[in-house]
Write a protein that binds this ligand. Structure first.
Ligand SMILES: NC(=O)c1ccc[n+]([C@@H]2O[C@H](COP(=O)([O-])OP(=O)(O)OC[C@H]3O[C@@H](n4cnc5c(N)ncnc54)[C@H](OP(=O)(O)O)[C@@H]3O)[C@@H](O)[C@H]2O)c1
Length: 268
C-alpha cells in the first residue's frame, strides 16, 4: 500500500492516481525524468546493484513510470549490470499504452560513448524492439558498424556526448517523455548539462555503510549544483518516494538563499 503524505494526505493511492501525479505535460518539447533509489546514507547500490534497495512499492512505481514513457534511456553500465532485456513492461501496461494511443512498448536507448556495450548481450538479442545506441562521432567505427547490426546508432556530439543534441534528436523521433533509470554517470552528465527536469527518488530505509557510488557522478572538475523543488512525498512502510522538479530559476543567488534551499557556505 502506498500513501500520499504531502502536499496532502491520501491513503492507499490507486495506480491511476500515481499515473496522474507522475505524468507531467510536455507542451514545449521533450522532458527528461530520472528515477533512482538511494539508501539513507546515499548509496546507489547494495551488493553491487540497485535492486536490493527497492521493494514491491518501488517496483510498482517504476512500472507506472515506464507505462507512460516514450523511451527508456539508460547508460551502458546500467544496461550491463542491471540486466535489462526482453519486455520491460507487463501486458496490462501495454494495454494501457494502446488505449492511450501509444506504442505497446516504450522504446529503449543506451548511452555509450566508448561503445563498450556488447552487441551479443541480451539487452539487444532479447529486446522487444530494436533499441537505440547513443554515441559520439568519434566512437570506434568498427564497433559502430557491429552495433548497427542490432540497434539504430544515433550520433550526438563530436568527441563527447552532447545532451542538448541527444534530447533534440529524440524529440525529432517523437520521443517526448524521456524516462531514465540511470545510472549515476548518465545522471551526472544530464545534471551538468542542466537537463534534469525531474527526479523521482526512492529513499530506502537502510544504511549501507560502504563507500559506494552515489546516484549522480559527474566528470566535471567543479560541478554546478542544481536546485530542485519538492512536488510530492509518498510512503510505503519505511520507504519514501520523493518527486522533485527542476526549479526554473535554479541558479540565481536569490533562489539559493530561498527558505529550504541551502545557501553556499561563506568561509566555512
Ligand atoms: N540506485 C539506482 O537507482 C541505480 C540506477 C541505475 C544504476 N545503478 C547502479 O549504478 C552502477 C553503474 O553505474 P554507472 O555510472 O557506471 O552507470 P551508467 O551511467 O548507466 O553507465 C556508465 C556508462 O554509460 C556511458 N555513459 C554515461 N554517461 C556518458 C557520457 N556523458 N558520455 C558517454 N558515455 C556515457 C558510458 O559508457 P561507455 O563506457 O561505453 O562509454 C559509461 O561508462 C551499477 O552498479 C548499477 O547497479 C543504480
Amino acid at each position: 500500500m502506498i500513501d500520499l503524505l504531502w502536499p496532502r494526505y491520501v491513503a492507499a493511492v490507486t495506480d491511476q492516481q500515481l499515473v496522474d501525479w507522475y505524468t507531467h505535460p510536455v507542451p514545449n518539447g521533450p522532458r527528461v525524468s530520472f528515477n533512482f533509489v538511494s539508501s539513507l546514507d546515499g548509496a546507489a547500490t547494495l551488493n553491487g546493484r540497485s535492486g536490493e534497495l527497492g521493494n514491491a512499492a518501488d517496483r510498482r512505481i517504476i512500472k507506472l513510470l515506464r507505462r507512460t514513457a516514450d523511451i527508456i534511456l539508460i547508460g551502458a553500465g546500467t544496461a550491463r549490470i542491471e540486466g535489462y532485456s526482453g519486455n520491460l513492461i507487463d501486458p496490462d501496461d501495454s494495454q494501457w499504452r494502446q488505449d492511450h494511443g501509444k506504442s505497446t512498448q516504450p522504446a529503449l536507448a543506451v548511452v555509450s560513448g566508448g561503445l563498450s556495450v556488447d552487441p551479443g548481450m541480451p539487452f539487444f538479442a532479447a529486446a522487444a524492439q530494436r533499441p537505440l545506441v547513443i554515441t559520439t562521432a568519434e566512437a570506434d567505427p568498427d564497433r559502430k558498424r557491429k552495433l548497427g547490426e542490432v540497434a539504430d546508432v544515433l550520433v550526438c556530439g563530436q568527441r563527447s556526448l552532447d545532451v542538448d543534441v541527444l534530447i533534440h534528436e529524440l524529440g525529432l523521433r517523437g520521443f517526448y517523455r524521456l524516462h531514465s533509470e540511470g545510472g549515476p554517470h548518465l545522471l551526472g552528465t544530464f545534471q551538468q548539462a542542466g537537463r534534469v527536469d525531474e527526479l523521482c527518488l526512492s529513499v530506502s530505509p537502510v544504511l549501507v555503510g560502504w563507500p559506494g557510488m552515489r546516484i549522480a557522478v559527474s566528470s566535471a572538475k567543479n560541478p554546478e549544483p542544481s536546485y530542485m523543488h519538492l512536488e510530492h512525498v509518498l510512503r510505503s512502510g519505511d520507504m519514501l518516494f520523493l518527486r522533485y522538479l527542476a526549479r526554473q530559476d535554479s541558479n540565481t543567488a536569490e533562489n539559493r538563499a530561498a527558505p529550504g534551499v541551502p545557501s553556499p557556505s561563506k568561509g566555512s
